[in-house]
Design a protein around this ligand. Structure first.
Ligand SMILES: Nc1ncnc2c1ncn2[C@@H]1O[C@H](COP(=O)(O)OP(=O)(O)OP(=O)(O)O)[C@@H](O)[C@H]1O
Ligand SMILES: [Mg+2]
Length: 349
């Protein structure tokens, strides 16, 4: 059975009817599922003409069916979402007062280390002299509070502004500090996002050079709403080297491009493992995928971070590596990541 990436490469041969450009570069391949029973390709075809969609679907089906080892192919064409200019115009993008830059950390799938990267990136920016805030926008899995050790009750000023907690020299806030687990289960979807945005604009950040937002995992409606409503300066996409995770990078890039937010780059986390005994580097998954994909998508590659025990322990014990062990080689890697982000936000600095 071919891998999703191999199928994707093959689909670059399918042209949009009447064009020389292929459907992959048009961003029409939304997902590829490879299962034991066969392959499912999810397409989105932005044409009102149903003949075009069925022609493309048929070309895709034939192309994938011709690949060796594919028992069955299904093609699902998703209706393109209707344009919502009114909705977008009704909620113009807002700036957060006194905050010079806002960067969102996103990932196509969960568990790739997005919160770990957000926390350590924020701390590394602080090490480089920036005033930094960190907001956990993931209500269902507010792991950032645990990673930075924020449990104190959050204070509210007489003007009803939320006072961020200060940890390791950065300001931190999360709606998770207000929402108990049970409520989080009741509050679903758009309502949470709406509250969260209100919340975000209501924090007394003070002057910040950068606010780092740890977005919830995925690239669905919640993430899109946040990226549409907050004036973002850029997005950072975290991935791991597995092929399926890489496929999600594409979605992350598309999400930011859809709302015209520059992609500052892709970070490959848990990219390799350094053996504690022999000190040599082990590539557990195939190497170079993140970098190649970033190049293909025309976005910067920000670097690789190894899988190391100190990173996980630091996260579990509220002792984030960059803060407690700034001379660790992985802290240095986070600092060079932060430097690349800063360079793009303020080229003259
Ligand atoms: N480079 C790394 N080395 C070792 N452990 C890591 C590394 N990056 C992340 N981890 C560990 O992997 C787990 C998942 O990381 P994290 O919570 O940051 O992921 P996430 O993408 O934010 O997940 P979620 O989708 O649940 O929000 C954590 O236990 C974290 O400590
Ligand atoms: Mg997380």
């Amino acid at each position: 059975m071919p891998s999703p990436n191999e199928i994707l490469s093959e689909l670059k041969k399918v042209k949009y009817p009447g064009f020389t450009r292929d459907i992959v570069s048009f961003g029409m391949v939304k997902d590829i599922e490879v299962a034991y029973a066969g392959v499912t390709v999810f397409l989105t075809v932005p044409s009102g003409n149903p003949e075009i969609a069925s022609k493309i679907a048929e070309d895709v089906r034939k192309m994938v069916a011709a690949m060796p080892g594919v028992p069955d192919v299904r093609v699902e064409v998703e209706e393109p979402a209707p344009a919502q200019p009114q909705a977008a115009a009704g909620h113009a993008r807002r700036e957060i007062p006194d905050v010079a830059h806002v960067v969102a950390v996103a990932s196509g799938k969960g568990g790739v280390g997005k919160s770990t990267v957000a926390v350590n990136l924020a701390l590394a920016m602080k090490e480089l002299g920036w005033r930094v805030g960190l907001m956990d926008a993931d209500v269902y899995g507010p792991s950032v509070a645990m990673m930075v050790g924020a449990e104190a009750p959050v204070k509210v000023t007489p003007e009803r502004k939320i006072v961020p907690l200060e940890r390791y020299g950065i300001r931190y806030v999360s709606m998770g500090l207000f929402v108990h687990d049970q409520q989080a289960v009741i509050w679903r979807g758009p309502m949470v996002t709406k509250l969260e945005l209100e919340f975000l604009f209501n924090v007394q950040w003070g002057e910040l050079d950068c606010l780092v937002l740890d977005l919830p995992p995925g690239t669905g409606d919640a993430q899109l709403t946040i990226t549409q409503r907050v004036k973002l300066d850029g997005g950072v996409i975290v991935t791991t080297p597995q092929e399926m995770a890489l496929l999600d990078v594409r979605r992350g890039v598309q999400m930011f491009q859809e709302v015209e937010v520059p992609v500052l780059g892709v970070v490959e986390n848990m990219s390799y493992y350094v053996c504690r005994k022999c000190g040599s580097r082990h590539q557990i998954f195939s190497h170079g995928g993140g970098e190649n994909l970033a190049r293909e998508l025309g976005v910067p590659f920000l670097g690789e971070l190894p899988l190391v025990r100190e990173v996980r322990e630091g996260g579990d014990q509220a002792l984030p590596l960059v803060a407690v062990n700034p001379s660790h080689p992985v802290s240095a890697a986070f600092k060079s990541l932060a430097a690349r982000v800063i360079e793009q936000l303020e080229p003259a600095r």
